[in-house]
Write a new protein. Structure first.
Length: 117
């Protein structure tokens, strides 16, 4: 069983930065991948990016490439989402998720990010 808790959301002006954290309790196995997703009002949840727990390989959705960076700290069982050059369209609830196999199975409760213009 894995529990995920996001933190670090808030209100920021366009062009600013925020760093989200996702603290995991329970065992994160080396085969896991950790992902970030977001859901804006009236829209479906969308993939933001992911990182493999073992090798740290990352991939990102096109809208955030070059602006967002995902990292992980194995010792702290924590995944981070560094968001730079934020835009109003980045406003959403951001979720952390863990993928033990083919699909994301464990989810956090989400943290609100609001970017003002």
């Amino acid at each position: 069983q894995v529990q995920l808790v996001e933190s670090g959301g808030g209100l920021v002006q366009a062009g600013g930065s925020l760093r989200l954290s996702c603290a995991a309790s329970g065992r994160i196995f080396s085969s896991y991948a950790m992902g970030w997703f977001r859901q804006a009002p009236g829209k479906e949840r969308e993939f933001v990016g992911s990182i493999t727990w073992s090798g740290g390989t990352t991939r990102y959705a096109d809208p955030v490439k070059g602006r967002f960076t995902i990292s992980r700290d194995k010792a702290k069982n924590t995944v981070y989402l560094q968001m730079d050059s934020l835009k109003p369209e980045d406003t959403a609830v951001y979720y952390c998720a863990a993928r033990p196999g083919a699909s994301y199975f464990y989810w956090g409760q989400g943290t609100q990010v609001t970017v003002s213009s």
